[in-house]
Design a protein around this ligand. Structure first.
Ligand SMILES: Cc1cc2nc3c(=O)[nH]c(=O)nc-3n(C[C@H](O)[C@H](O)[C@H](O)COP(=O)(O)OP(=O)(O)OC[C@H]3O[C@@H](n4cnc5c(N)ncnc54)[C@H](O)[C@@H]3O)c2cc1C
Length: 436
C-alpha cells in the first residue's frame, strides 16, 4: 500500500505539496478548516464571479510561481500590465513611478531624492542579504536615503504595519521587498509592470483542484478543523478532528501558521520554544466596490497622521474586471498585533475610519460611490521578521518523526508571496519523500 500523508490546510502551500506527493505515488488527504480551499489566497463570489479576499500581484522575480503557472497550462491566463504607484503626503497625491516623479517629489530635499533613487537601484542589483539580517531596517534606510526621505516614504510602511516592532524589523526583509518590486520594472522611464491571473488566485486554485481530483489517491476534507496531532513514542500517528474523528497517517504536514500549529502539538522542546518566539500580525482588510474609479493608481501609499492605514490597493487599475458590476475594487489592509485593541473593533468601526480617510485622500469621494463592501479578517497573517531572523527560521522537519511544518517565516528574507508558497510546498514534499 502506498504511504498515507495528511496535509493540514488547503492554502497554496498545502495544495502544491499535495500535487508533488501524488506525483510521487503517495496517498494524500488534505484537511481544511474552512468550507473552501485557498486560505489567504481564497476568494469570495461577487456578481456570480470569484474575487480575491486579499489582493495579489505577481512580480517578474516570482519565478517559482510563473514556472508553476506554466506547468499547470495557465500561462495564457497570466497577464502583465504597467500599473501606477503614488504617495499621498501633505494632503497631495504624488505620482511615484519614474525617476522624473522622484525628482519632482518635493516633500524631501533634492539630495535625498537622489539618494532614494540610488538606493533602489543598488537594492535591485544586490544579491547578498546575510549582512543585512544583523541590522534594523530603520537605521539602514535612514543611512542610505536620509531622514526626510525615510520619514516620507518608508516610515509609514514600517510604523503602521508593524506598530511596536517597527524599529526592530530586519533590513534584509525590507531589502527583499525593494529588490522584488524593482525588478518588475521593464523600462527605466516606464511604470512597474505586475502580473495577475484572470479571476485572480481562483484560477490557480481551480486548476490545482482539477488536477488533484483526477487522482484516486487524493481526498479533500473541507469544513473540518484539526484539533490535535496524535503522537506516540516520538512518531506521528493520526490527526484528531474537532468532531472527535481520527484519521491515521504515516506522515503529517502542517501548513497552518506557527501559532495555530503549536496548539495542535504537545511540547516540542527547544524547537517548539524557538517557534513560539516568532511574533505574528493579524490582518483585517476591507474591499469596497465602487461605481467609479477612486484614483488612477494601482497602489496608493498613504502617509498622513490622520489616516490609520498605509495604503489603498485599487486592483481594478491592474486587472480591470469587466465581469463585475463595480467599476473599481479598492482593498484597504490593516495589520495589527493580536493584542491591538482595534482587533476587537466591530466591522462598522473600521468602515467609519475608512470612509473618513477616503474623503481626506480624495475630497470628491462620496459614500454614494460605494455599491458593496466586504470585510475579512485572518489571524497570524504575517510573521514579523526582526533583526537576526535568519537564526530563528524554523526547520520544516520537526523533532517528531513523520511530522513536518511549513510557515511563511521560512520564506525569509522574502516577504509572503505566492511564489514562496509554491516553493515551500514543493520543498516540504521533497523532504518528506527523502525521509520515507
Ligand atoms: C493581505 C495579503 C496580501 C497579500 N498579497 C500578496 C501579493 O500581492 N502577492 C503575493 O505573491 N502574495 C501575497 N500574499 C501572500 C499569499 O497570500 C500567501 O503567501 C499564501 O496565500 C500563503 O499560503 P499558505 O498555504 O502557506 O497559507 P494559508 O493560505 O494561510 O493556508 C493555511 C490553511 O490552513 C488552514 N488551517 C489552519 N488551521 C487549521 C486547522 N487546525 N485544521 C485545518 N485547517 C487549518 C487555513 O484555513 C488555511 O486554509 C498576501 C497575503 C495577504 C494576507
Amino acid at each position: 500500500m502506498p504511504k498515507k500523508i495528511i496535509i493540514i490546510g488547503a492554502g497554496l502551500t498545502g495544495l502544491t505539496a499535495a500535487l508533488r506527493l501524488i506525483e510521487q505515488g503517495y496517498r494524500v488527504t488534505i484537511v481544511e478548516a474552512s468550507h473552501e480551499v485557498g486560505g489567504l489566497a481564497g476568494s469570495v463570489i461577487l456578481d456570480g464571479t470569484p474575487v480575491e479576499r486579499y489582493y495579489h500581484f505577481i512580480c517578474r522575480e516570482d519565478r517559482d510561481l510563473i514556472k508553476f503557472i506554466s506547468e499547470l497550462d495557465l500561462a495564457d491566463k497570466l497577464n502583465w500590465r504597467e500599473a501606477s504607484t503614488s504617495l499621498f503626503i501633505n494632503r497631495k497625491i504624488y505620482p511615484f513611478n519614474t525617476p522624473l516623479d522622484l525628482l519632482k517629489f518635493d516633500p524631501t530635499p533634492f539630495s535625498q531624492r537622489l539618494r532614494f533613487g540610488i538606493h533602489i537601484a543598488r537594492s535591485q542589483f544586490r544579491k547578498s542579504w546575510l549582512g543585512l539580517d544583523k541590522i534594523a531596517a530603520k537605521p539602514w534606510l535612514i543611512g542610505r536615503v536620509g531622514m526626510s526621505a525615510y520619514m516620507a516614504i518608508w516610515d509609514p510602511l514600517l510604523r503602521i504595519k508593524f506598530g511596536e516592532f517597527h524599529e526592530q524589523i530586519s533590513a534584509a526583509w525590507i531589502w527583499h521587498r525593494i529588490h522584488r518590486v524593482s525588478l518588475s520594472r521593464a523600462r527605466l522611464f516606464g511604470l512597474n509592470s505586475y502580473g495577475f491571473l484572470e479571476q485572480g488566485c481562483h484560477t490557480l486554485m481551480k486548476r490545482m483542484l482539477e488536477k488533484l481530483s483526477g487522482s484516486e489517491k487524493f481526498s479533500l476534507i473541507l469544513n473540518k478543523r484539526v484539533s490535535k496531532i496524535l503522537i506516540e513514542h516520538g512518531k506521528t500517528q493520526a490527526v484528531l478532528l474537532e468532531n472527535r474523528e481520527t484519521i491515521q497517517a504515516d506522515s503529517i504536514i502542517s501548513t497552518c501558521a506557527i501559532p495555530s500549529f503549536l496548539k495542535l502539538v504537545d511540547s516540542l522542546g527547544v524547537y517548539g520554544a524557538s517557534l513560539a518566539s516568532i511574533k505574528y500580525l493579524n490582518i483585517a482588510c476591507a474591499i469596497f466596490e465602487l461605481d467609479r474609479p477612486f484614483s488612477n493608481n494601482f497602489w496608493l501609499n498613504v502617509n498622513d497622521p490622520h489616516v490609520s492605514f498605509n495604503g489603498i490597493v485599487e486592483t481594478t487599475n491592474l486587472n480591470p474586471r469587466r465581469d463585475l458590476k463595480a467599476k473599481s475594487l479598492i482593498y484597504i489592509p490593516y495589520y495589527m498585533s493580536p493584542d491591538d485593541p482595534r482587533w476587537g473593533w466591530m466591522d462598522e468601526a473600521f468602515f467609519n475610519d475608512y470612509i473618513g480617510a477616503l474623503k481626506l485622500i480624495n475630497p470628491k469621494f462620496s459614500e454614494n460611490w460605494i455599491i458593496g463592501s466586504h470585510f475579512f479578517r485572518d489571524v497570524n497573517a504575517q510573521a514579523v521578521c526582526l533583526v537576526g531572523f535568519s537564526e530563528v527560521i524554523p526547520a520544516m522537519r520537526t523533532p517528531v518523526h513523520g511530522l513536518y511544518m511549513t510557515d511563511s517565516a521560512q520564506y525569509y528574507p522574502e516577504d509572503r508571496t505566492l511564489s514562496a508558497s509554491v516553493r515551500l510546498g514543493a520543498s516540504v514534499a521533497k523532504l518528506l519523500t527523502r525521509d520515507m
